[in-house]
Design a protein. Structure first.
Length: 138
């Protein structure tokens, strides 16, 4: 494992995080984020740093005591496969536990990754999340 440090994000981390996310927005894998959204997510956002460079980011959006979502998980292409994403997911899950949030979800096109992090399609009692899109696909 590399010497990656995962820590709470600061306002100074927003430009680097926005650039990381932009890479995946262009590929259609992540939704774009405005600076206002970054400001709102900052208290529950984490970055991964390697040699002084931000190489990953993720945020936990807390909707209620019952539910939170991992948002804007992005890892620089040159450090993928080194466990950076898993560390960021774990930081978000740990924060959810600290805040006594009961369930954390991830909406993703990389379900195998989240399953490797301990996520599953169903919750106890066979609950499943279902979605309907209310806008045209971009």
């Amino acid at each position: 494992m590399t010497n990656v440090t995962v820590r709470p994000a600061t306002p100074e981390d927003i430009p680097a995080s926005a650039e990381l996310i932009r890479l995946y927005v262009e590929q259609g894998k992540l939704l774009p984020r405005t600076l206002e959204e970054f400001d709102e997510l900052l208290p529950t956002m984490f970055v991964a740093e390697l040699d002084g460079r931000v190489v990953g980011c993720a945020a936990l959006e807390i909707y209620s005591r019952k539910l939170a979502e991992i948002r804007s998980l992005a890892v620089a292409p040159d450090v993928q496969g080194l466990g950076v994403g898993k560390q960021l997911v774990q930081a978000c899950v740990n924060l959810a536990r600290e805040k006594n949030v009961l369930e954390v979800m991830a909406i993703t096109s990389s379900d195998a990754f989240f399953m490797a992090c301990g996520f599953n399609y169903t919750l106890p009692g066979e609950k499943k999340a279902l979605f309907i899109q209310t806008r045209d696909e971009a």
